[in-house]
Design a protein around this ligand. Sequence first.
Ligand code: FE2
Ligand code: FE2
Length: 464
Amino acid sequence: MAASKIGIDELIEIVSDDGIVRTGVNVYNTKNRLLLSGDYAVSNVNTLLYLKSIGITELSFDPEKNGTIRDKNGEDRLVESNLDNRALSSIESEKLDFTIFSNLNNRLREIHKLKHEAKKAYEGAKQNTIKVIEDIKRTGGEFDYELVENTVMDILSFLTRNENTFSYLTREIFSYDDYLYNHCLNVCIIGTAVTRRFNEHFSSEINKYLSRLYSENSLEHSQVSDTSFLYYLPEDLYDISIGFFLHDVGKVMIPEKILNKKGRLSNEEFEIIKSHSLENGIKILNKNMIKSPFINNIVKYHHSALFKNEGRCYPKDRLHIENPAYVKICKLVDIYDAMTSKRSYKNACNPVAVVTDLFHEYAHKDQMLQFILHSFVNTVGIYPPGSMVFLRDGRMAYIIDSKGPIVMPFTDTHETTLTDQPDPIDLSVMDETEEQLKIDRRKPVISPAEGYNILPSFLKEFIK
Ligand SMILES: [Fe+2]
Ligand SMILES: [Fe+2]
């Protein structure tokens, strides 16, 4: 039988019914990143649901490349060759293809549109998060797992839209009271984005190494697939994202007056806080029959060591080498989110400063950690488009593009709003003599919701 395309719904039905699908054809996104290896036998329906959630409606299937579809009895399922042999399936990804300086207004509209969609997606996810947390409080531990899955699916589908979409999805809502809800979501969103980048980067380095090894042993290159190794499979990534969402689930059982205490915690209070991971967190997972090792590891160990002899970690007897990369990512993102969030007793720190400081503090401690930190910096070490920053000369500026970054100043050096629209500035082309035109990292990033009143009319019209 020749290669063909099969509808994703048909495959979901087969796998849901305990069947197995191996397509024989790798699935990539438009940026040539491997989403599903053709060699991999899919037995968990979440893998296919994930592909569907990011817009894939059909998969290529090639029996000549070992493609197999079997039902629960191990019988081959025949699939009609129903479509022509088009190129591999790909995601319809929205591309921000524009020249900023020649089409500024379109860019501002685009930022606003994405922010608006992000806000809606974030709000929807937050309502679900509130429901999950309220359910746990009410029942003493039980919650609707499907609601968590749906929430994570929504986040994943938004994240896949384009390279930096995640930056639109975070920091939208600042609220003192909603810390736990926002924190669950932020750690899930940022952690997922970092883990994906880490997975691509790490897998590609291993593949390069294997290619070199093969060519040194004079095997023909054509025998070797460049994408034969994938560190985390799509279904692993899905569980990891759920784990990020649930990492602090045990905090629901901690009295709020201890969780939100402004001053220093007593030893006794700290012991109570510590029980949110290994004790309460795991109790809640067990109550809901959540067995995934990814989720369990994240909940248990997201406060344990990143490197040898790290102090103030718990549980103390868990060694850093026992912690998988995704657990370390959870811990880093947890610290990052706590530092960059605004609380009733503290201001938010500048996110790029936080991530750079974390890198300097931890990178030299351990090689693997350094690898993880590179993915972390490359994912979150950017200023989100549509946010506002301070320049070192005291002016405030609106981020037009994270790359550069390209900014548009909108106040003078005394923070007085400008009336005329200035040209955007690409900060990456500034030389040493223009130090004052850099971003002031000591000051936090401001969201448009917070800074709306000081925006000039030429920006407000895009942010209505
Ligand atoms: Fe925690
Ligand atoms: Fe946390």
